[in-house]
Design a protein. Sequence first.
Length: 671
Amino acid sequence: MPVRIVSLAAHSGAGKTTLSEALLHHSGAISRLGRIEDGTTQSDHTDAEKAHGFSISTGVLRLNHQETDITVLDTPGYADFVREIRGAVRAADAALVLVSAVSGVEVGTERVWATADRFNMPRLVAVNKMDRERADFHAVLADLRSSLGGPVAPLYLPIGEGPDFRGVVNVLNGEASDGQDVPSDMRSVLKEARDGLTDAIIESDDALMERFLEGEKIGVEDLHAAFLRAVHAGTLYPVMPVSATTGVGVPQLLDLLVTGLRSARERGPTTGQDGQNREPLPDAPFSARVWRVSIDPFVGKLAYIRVYSGTLQPGDTVLNTSRDNLELKPAHLYLINGKELTEVPELRAGMIGVLTKLSDLHAGDTLADPANPIQYDPLWLPDPAHTVALHPVTRQDEDKLGAALGRLMEEDPTLHFRREAQTGEQLLSGMGDMHLSIAAEKLAALGVNVTVSTPQIPYRETIHAAAQAQGKHRKQSGGHGQYGDCTIRIEPGEDFEFRSAVVGGAIPGKYLPSIEKGVQDAMQKGSLAGYPLQGLSVTVLDGSYHDVDSSDIAFRMAGSMALKNALEQARPGLLEPAVLLKVRAPASFTGDLISDLQTRRARVQGMDTGGTVITISAVVPQAELQNYSADLRSLTGDRAAFSVKPHGYQDVPDHLARKIIEERRAEVAAG
């Protein structure tokens, strides 16, 4: 039976899950439509998804239409769950991009389109919610053309819009759905659309172009065949109107999923990192990629794989070539539909399957035939953009936190955990506040209760002038005493440097490392607010020693004292961590975004415009972005996305530094 795999992707709120339900119902896969509000959809079946009313993980749905097995990968709409979106796009052979007929192209649409571009993914476009007030198919079509790039052309036009949306018309053959007559007022629009689509088809096919230039009239059958070739090749992106709630346009979309989606065989060979190719054939050497991992409370670890070549049967030995050629023997193979697992005797090229109870499988891993190893590119994921501090509620929660976090991060590699040495906080980073909120809920479901807070800012101190000071440690308490004496000069620098300019043996060389250790001891607490020091160069100028009483510990103490004394004259200052922020949003929000960034003490580095979307780059103090995820969502109506990367430390303005220092001193005094 022919197989098709399509990732269904869109900006949040475009109606992916509702459309998935409509596709299942119209194909006969389910007898009754589920509702998001009731928590009865096939795709959103986890407790968290039912509680929140939106997709958190990718739903794998299977249906049959026109004797074709279609697997729909229903991805989340929120960018916070990017690992699910990118994993599904990599596992599919084509993408179905959904756009709201009311909202048009949004930032999430742009992100999905860019991901599909990155992997040369053919795509279909469905304009959903055509039954809503203010639905405008032609405005969305213009938005698609101006924003996304590439040859976008309507295959169907709507009959009516908003509550009057009642059918669709095939642009190529002029036939309306359900035997309706094409309204007379649509004829000129239909002709214009047909001419545009015909031109796009002919331009995509050299042979057809040659016939056209020779004056030959191109028939509908030839146009349709060339249209499908172009769609399969990803050189033409057909657009059609639908309403997932009323079902208008859904049967035609199902037909297009059969004819318009390329098969695994049409996708062609998959290339490994060393240039090897694997043909998408059942008798080729076996290879697959793990594109998603989840933890089921009853079954355990589920590894979702896309089989690129060959055939896998239970008990076969395979290599995890991403993990030092680790040998694995899957005992059971499954297909998945919603939350239902069905055991099967084999998984063949072009199939999505699930392996269970294999602890050494991770998202992005490659599985291969031991006799013909290959390794595919790993799944590329962005760096985390938002961080919270975790506070276990009880000692038992503290004891169980590490294991529970390990389980979450195994399932979701975009979650990162670390302990901040300076503040002592346990920090969890993810793609946004929603992502981390869901992670905290998952911890609670695993029996680990935590509260979250805004992380403390790891301020540092530095110096802005050179200074010189002596440190002398002398102690006599009977027997051998302690004696160490050094004079040092400190200067502003990039990184910590320690050097000696001692002459004449004033300090034996064996004590210089001890002076350095003493200096580094003192650098752990600066003179302003007790934050660690950075950015200074230290030179030992002179000193003295005692043949009997000098020791490593004495010179270590002397080095520490010398630095503390020198700091008083070196104009100490406060530093704060900064990040390089990149914000991607509709260009209409440019003014609001710039104004908001200015209130955050940002230094705008540049603005890049592409279509209707702008990307703003700015260096911003980390302290000013503590709640940026939620603030940006509110500012743009959830139509923007951002990323951050560490960008070193910078001086804190004096008026803010005084306040931070006062608060820090009060905190230290309070214990």
